[in-house]
Design a protein. Structure first.
Length: 207
């Protein structure tokens, strides 16, 4: 099986930016957010179950999931959050593990925001954390998602703490700087890690 690098970080940390830099180097990417959207795609059984449970208010006129409406509901109701997680997490996990099993590249980058929270590190050979301060997390996420500060804080509180995340890390990329200032630095860090991961993957496949 291919060498698996689990990439994680809090909301607004810049996981997609880092993943895109690895992708430029030809590294396959399996992204939990993309798989999560596939699982609730228009016409899917899971979307029908969500509509039956939450009502048509979480479905757009085009028949797709209204993520903003759903997020507003579940973040204020632990019981509904638990129901939603119970429905989707097993389906998402199963699909991601199937995609990982199909990989033949030396290594794959597995991008999972809740890698630690959902105890998926056991499937990883190595964990890479994109780390930023909580203040920058909040600033970026509010600007990017156009959500209220309170809602972003709720999401951050639902994730493991920065300290817990770093404690699980084998490798860390700090992404506190502005994207324009950090671009060349991030690219250099990714290239260095890429060479390191290729070497580690080679050792694993020799066994």
């Amino acid at each position: 099986m291919t060498y698996i690098i689990g990439l994680t970080g809090g909301i607004g940390s810049g996981k997609s930016t880092i993943a895109n830099l690895f992708a430029e180097l030809g590294v396959p990417i399996i992204d939990a957010d993309i798989v999560a959207r596939e699982v609730v795609a228009k016409g899917s059984p899971h979307l029908a179950q969500i509509a039956a449970y939450f009502g048509e208010q979480v479905i757009t006129p085009q028949g797709e999931l209204d993520r903003a409406a759903l997020r507003q509901i579940v973040f204020n109701d632990k019981q509904k959050t638990a129901w939603l997680n119970g429905l989707l997490h097993p389906a998402i996990r199963e699909r991601m593990l199937a995609q990982l099993a199909q990989q033949r590249a030396p290594y794959v980058l597995w991008v999972v925001p809740l890698l630690i929270e959902n105890r998926l590190t056991e499937y990883c050979d190595r964990v890479l954390v994109v780390d930023v301060s909580e203040a920058i997390q909040l600033q970026r996420a509010v600007r990017r998602d156009k959500n209220r500060t309170e809602q972003i804080k709720n999401i951050m509180q639902a994730q493991v703490s920065r300290e817990q995340r770093l404690a699980q890390a084998d490798d860390v990329i700090n992404n506190d700087r502005t994207l324009s200032a950090a671009a060349s630095d991030l690219r250099a860090q990714v290239l260095k890690l890429h060479q390191h991961y290729l070497a580690l993957a080679g050792k694993k496949h020799e066994k």
